[in-house]
Ligand binder design. Structure first.
Ligand code: ZN
Length: 101
């Protein structure tokens, strides 16, 4: 029985850059998994949805292929804010308790 090829294509997080003064966008691979260099992948110009250019592409250095995608959204900020709110509220409660007594 033929085994399906294992997906050995690494995933890399990219960030979007737009050339100033143009509508030409690029997905930027900060660190290539093969050569550690920065690679730029065209993300279309103007009418094209940059998101459509995400997916498996060949590394610009030609050493292999990787899947480019957006990095997972950081949740830290929101969590920290919620914690601050909670801390502030409990602090106020303590103050009010002091006033009552
Ligand atoms: Zn490379």
């Amino acid at each position: 029985m033929a085994k399906p090829r294992l997906p050995s294509v690494p995933s890399v997080a990219v960030s979007f850059r737009e050339l100033p003064g143009t509508r030409v966008g690029f997905w930027v691979v900060a660190s290539c998994p093969f050569c550690a260099a920065t690679h730029f992948h065209p993300a279309g110009a103007g009418k094209t949805d940059p998101m459509e250019k995400l997916g498996e592409v060949e590394a610009r250095c030609g050493q292999g292929r990787y899947v480019i995608g957006l990095p997972p959204k950081p949740k830290r900020k929101k969590e920290r804010r919620a914690e601050n709110k909670r801390a502030r509220k409990s602090g106020r409660d303590v103050l009010w308790d002091d006033f009552d007594e």
